[in-house]
Design a protein around this ligand. Structure first.
Ligand SMILES: [Zn+2]
Length: 196
């Protein structure tokens, strides 16, 4: 087993999957997403990150890439990422803040600030699109702060841009989505399950 400077054991992909499956952060089956598309898996990392011991282990899979990078602030890109930001911030001894989305553009939640020269990472629970990062990146630019990296628990992007900063995840997992009228799971006669 590999040990880190903080004595937090690194997990294998199977161990990460086990935490995510056993907590219901990954549920496999045949689902209709809110946008009407069908998929074979529903991803909700808050099911796992609500439990401190699991959150600590999962967040360390992000933290280990930033240990020597003098991070000042960790920004949650959405409400589901708040536990991730708080824990990554705790492990890196950095501030943890979050944004509220108003329309397309996020804004810092009232009371939070970004300062010139601050070194920041943006975190997300399930990162589905690069656009989730763009708004926060714009806030950093406006404050003359620096984006040092991006960290997600599950990187679920079907397509990802090549960022010039570190772009890391505990696990990469992008279950395919299908239009309802052209879904292989429907074609196979699998019952459509409801999301709880
Ligand atoms: Zn289907």
């Amino acid at each position: 087993m590999n040990w880190t400077p903080y004595d937090e054991p690194l997990m294998t992909g199977d161990e990460i999957l086990e935490i995510l499956r056993s907590t219901g952060a990954i549920v496999e089956g045949h689902f209709e997403l809110p946008d009407g598309l069908h998929t074979a898996a529903v991803l909700r990392t808050v099911k796992a990150t609500q439990f401190a011991p699991f959150n600590r282990k999962l967040c360390f899979e992000i933290v280990r890439h930033f240990l020597e990078l003098d991070i000042h602030v960790v920004i949650a890109a959405g409400a589901g990422a708040v536990p991730v930001a708080v824990e990554v911030g705790r492990q890196l001894e950095a501030r943890a803040i979050f944004v509220d989305s108003c329309g397309d553009m996020p804004a810092l939640h009232p009371g939070f600030e970004l300062h010139e020269g601050e070194r920041a990472i943006v975190v997300q629970g399930v990162l589905r699109h690069d656009t989730e990062i763009d708004g926060v990146e714009a806030l950093l630019r406006k404050a003359n702060a620096r984006l040092i990296g991006i960290g997600s628990i599950i990187d679920a992007r079907q397509a990802r841009r090549r960022y010039t900063v570190k772009d890391v995840a505990a696990i990469q997992l992008s279950p395919p989505v299908h239009p309802a009228n052209d879904c292989p799971l429907c074609a196979a006669g699998m019952e459509l399950m409801l999301m709880d």
